[in-house]
Design a protein around this ligand. Structure first.
Ligand SMILES: C[S@@+](CC[C@H](N)C(=O)[O-])C[C@H]1O[C@@H](n2cnc3c(N)ncnc32)[C@H](O)[C@@H]1O
Length: 509
């Protein structure tokens, strides 16, 4: 890693100062709710987009919370005396959370790191520490071009946190921990958390995030991918929001994996198989190439390690120009020299051309170690809005796979099913037409799926309240429709399987 221009970090060897700082921050309502109340929804939302002007306007007063927002979120110097009213200022100066502006005798102090209140899923008041400037770039992109800059919470971070299965486990691994947000979440339901990163600065920041959030410390290990793990070391849960950007060269450690194309994501997915305990989940965000003449779904299927079931959801696809522009903007390159911007853009397209890449997919990959005789691998496209958190939905997806795998069609027809709560039926057709052209079942929770069903499927789902077996329901439908019940029993299980697999129906017992 090249020489850093980033400021020195607070020491992580003073847990007492972290405790004192945490208490002071909470006393001043420096929390997600407190900020929302102080700033108001628009300024609060603007801050989440890294835009600071509305928050600067909302913190012109002299309340303690306003001083903290200016100090830790807006990178503003604040008079020592004002800070002293709110924080253990001398301890914070000594341990490096704050520095004097303009040397030892300066009247103002400023923060060395960004500290952002973050509400945990159980109402916990957490704080995410990250490098200054990387969360306040606004339209200009991130504020630092230092290779080792450590970012705070972004959309990808919260997406991964939301889809992660949160059952209590003995051990969890957060690969590429960055600010420590995934490790922090894992600390709530894993007895032992290991957090790794190639960037030692990220590990230092993770220690600060955990300490300031009042969470248990994690086992912090420096190194690339699975290298920091011992031989045979396995986990119940592995999560990674890796540096998934497919770029012509490694520039920013937080996003550019430094391997060619989508090799870094593939390596993580493939490597996770032997690092998982039986029944364990590995969950990743990833980018993948859409290569000319290749089915993208086949590409992803080939990544799934032996002994694992997989559920892969493509959430978005961008053509190569959109993709290059997105990441050039992310680095703030569009604000720099025009010729340099063009050269970088060109290099990006050269790289894609050489690899015959037409587009890039973005999505979620979940593996579950199951060692089934025939693994189940689902690769699908679902770009529509979902309801986060989806951890339970992910867990239930694999439970339903186990259920379906254990039953042949005869056994399925013996079983009883219930329509999942908040599933509705929509009929689509021309106004005034007697019969709908399509009947669609739609979920209002979780993945918010919609699926087209035929008259039998719709009738079947409508009757499923757990009372009658599937076979008995089909017999009744056959009688009503004047169909042969044997034929109906023969052709309907595939549709029932799909409705169960996609979470419209659940086994009633
Ligand atoms: C996109 S950030 C994710 C940070 C955080 N886990 C989150 O969810 O917000 C990716 C992290 O992976 C780290 N990283 C980059 N290359 C790596 C590698 N080869 N092995 C392990 N970590 C790596 C980066 O330093 C960065 O902290």
């Amino acid at each position: 890693m090249s020489d850093s221009t980033l400021p020195a970090l607070p020491t992580s060897d003073r847990p007492d100062v972290a405790v004192g700082l945490r208490e002071a921050l909470l006393r001043a309502s420096f929390t997600a709710d407190g900020l929302l109340e102080l700033l108001g929804a628009p300024a609060y939302a603007a801050l989440a987009r890294s835009e600071t002007v509305p928050a600067l306007r909302a913190t012109r007063g002299d309340a303690p919370l306003e001083a903290l927002v200016r100090l830790f979120l807006l990178q503003q110097p604040v008079p020592y005396a004002r800070v002293a009213d709110v924080l253990p200022v001398d301890a914070c100066l000594e341990s490096g959370w704050l520095v004097r502006v303009g040397g030892a005798s300066g009247d103002d102090v400023s923060a060395t790191v960004d500290v952002r209140p973050y509400g945990g899923p159980g109402g916990e008041d957490w704080f995410i520490v990250s490098d200054l400037g990387c969360a306040v770039g606004g339209a200009g992109g991130i504020g630092s071009k230092d290779e080792g800059v450590v970012l705070g919470v972004g959309g990808a971070s919260t997406t991964l946190a939301g889809i992660t299965v949160r059952t209590p486990v003995a051990s969890a691994l957060d690969l590429g921990t960055g600010s420590g947000i995934q490790a922090l979440h894992a600390s709530q339901h894993a007895t032992r958390v290991t957090a790794t990163d190639l960037n030692p600065r990220a590990l230092h920041i993770t220690a600060l995030t955990l300490a300031l959030s009042g969470a248990a410390t994690a086992d912090l290990r420096e190194g690339s991918l699975f290298e920091p793990l011992k031989n045979g070391e396995t986990y119940d849960l592995i999560v990674s929001n890796p540096p998934f950007v497919i770029s012509p060269g490694a520039r920013l450690t937080y996003r550019d994996g430094g391997m060619g194309g989508d090799d870094l994501c593939r390596s993580i997915v493939q490597g996770a198989g032997e690092r998982l305990n039986e029944g364990g989940f590995a969950q990743f965000l990833a980018n993948w190439q859409h290569v000319e003449g290749e089915d993208w779904q086949d590409r992803l299927r080939s990544w799934v390690p032996r002994g694992c079931d997989a559920w892969i959801v493509q959430r978005e696809v961008q053509d190569i120009t959109q993709y290059a522009e997105l990441w050039l903007r992310d680095a703030g390159d569009h604000r720099g020299d025009a010729a340099e911007y063009q050269a970088r853009y060109d290099a990006w397209l050269d790289e894609f051309e050489a690899r015959k890449v037409k587009a890039v997919g973005f999505g979620w990959i979940t593996l579950r170690k199951a060692s089934a005789a025939v693994p189940s691998i689902t690769v699908e496209e679902w770009p529509h809005p979902v309801e986060q958190p989806l951890g339970d939905t992910v867990r239930a997806h694999f439970a339903r796979l186990d259920y379906l795998r254990a039953r042949d069609d005869a056994a399925l027809l013996e079983d009883h099913f219930r329509l999942v709560a908040e599933v509705v039926q929509e009929q689509v057709g021309l106004p005034g037409a007697e019969d709908p052209e399509h009947v669609v079942l739609r979920q209002h929770r979780g993945m918010r799926r919609a699926t087209q069903v035929d008259t039998v499927g719709a009738g079947f789902a409508g009757v499923c309240d757990g009372t009658l077996s599937a076979g008995r329901i089909l017999d009744a439908i056959a009688q009503l429709m004047g169909e042969d019940p044997v034929l109906l029993r023969d052709r309907t299980p595939a549709q029932i399987r799909l409705l169960v697999e996609q979470g419209f129906l659940e086994p009633a017992r």
